[in-house]
Design a protein. Structure first.
Length: 344
């Protein structure tokens, strides 16, 4: 292939990518519930496999898994929805308390010789706006979960299809054994990543909820859910989850509790992110910080807050697919945070 043909090939590929992204954005109301269903189905596959290994019929196994999803997600959605209403009603009081706490700190700093204007600080820092933004993001995710019946139906069909898919691929592909081996290895990697990441994120959410409850911070379950969801976003997710909780602790309980809240987030994320997760996940699925940030921007623009939460799992799956193909393995190396490990 000549250099001119190579340039045309890349240009056409880039144009096709732009068209696909624009199409996904236009169809986001349909695509987002479908993506959530796919991720839920992948996470639930090991449980369904375990039930089938115990001689439970496929239909009954899928029914039990879907009932578990409906009860768990439905209960969480109702709990978070009720908490969000209470939280929104308390925002005016939090704004007043923030002004009082800020005034006390400014007076202390002025007494030390640092002259700071309280009006300037209040003009640039508005914790209620940040907390409201987090609440709106959770509401947008909750609006997707209101289509719980639709998501459950899609999960049912995906799980039924997953049972028959290996047989269909064996019949459809010419080099069945080689292609099935690559497909099973790819799906095993995706399944392992999503299951471990979900369990680790749940542990993070439970620990954060417990710590905030011990400190007496309002709405600990709400901030635990935020920590659970944002744990899917490496590097910056824990920071985003910590900011509103620390601000609330400062507004409600003062500087000491805010410092303890921040310390709790740092400790949990250090232990979970640097000790527990690498032990079970391995370090081969990391993404560079630049790729993480660009993924958040891209998928957040296409699908909104739900897209930001799904951005890293989506990018990880793309990376695994690129690694499986020798022609695109170099792209996976560029996405990786440990290029030296990817080459091994």
């Amino acid at each position: 292939m000549t250099e001119q043909h190579k340039g045309t090939h890349w240009l056409v590929g880039f144009a096709a990518l732009i068209i696909i992204i624009a199409g996904l954005k236009a169809a986001s109301q349909i695509v987002v519930p479908f993506m959530l269903s796919v991720f839920i189905a992948i996470i639930c596959t090991p449980l369904m496999t375990t039930l089938r290994q115990r001689k439970i019929p496929t239909s009954l196994s899928i029914l039990l898994v879907v009932l578990l999803i409906l009860v768990g997600v439905g209960s969480l959605a109702l709990l978070v929805g009720a908490t969000l209403d209470d939280f929104s009603s308390q925002l005016p009081n939090y704004k007043i308390r923030f002004a009082e706490e800020t005034s006390n700190i400014i007076q202390m700093l002025n007494g030390l010789g640092l002259h700071i204007s309280s009006d300037l600080v209040e003009g640039y820092v508005d914790p209620s706006a940040l907390m409201q933004m987090m609440a709106n993001a959770l509401r947008s995710i909750g609006s997707v979960l209101t289509n719980l019946i639709l998501v459950a139906m899609i999960v049912i069909f995906i799980l039924f299809e997953a049972v028959e898919l290996p047989k269909k691929l064996t019949l459809a592909l010419t080099d069945a054994s080689h292609s099935m081996g690559k497909f099973e290895a790819f799906m095993s990697s995706v399944n392992r990543y999503l299951v471990i990441k979900t369990l680790v994120s749940m542990l993070t959410g439970v620990l954060i909820t417990t710590w905030l409850w011990v400190l007496g911070v309002d709405f600990p379950i709400l901030w635990g859910v935020c920590a659970f969801l944002l744990n899917f976003v490496p590097n910056i997710g824990s920071i985003i989850a910590a900011v509103p909780a620390v601000l609330l602790a400062f507004v409600q309980l003062g500087s000491l509790s805010a410092g303890l809240t921040a310390a709790g987030f740092v400790f949990v994320n250090l232990i979970v992110g640097n000790v527990i997760e690498p032990r079970y996940m391995g370090r081969g699925l990391g993404l560079s910080t630049l790729v993480v940030f660009l993924s958040l921007l891209l998928w957040g623009w296409v699908f909104g807050p739900v897209g930001m939460l799904l951005s890293i799992p989506l990018t990880i799956i793309v990376k695994l697919a690129l690694e499986a193909n020798p022609k695109t393995h170099w792209v996976a190396i560029l996405l990786d945070s440990h290029a030296g490990e990817s080459k091994r």
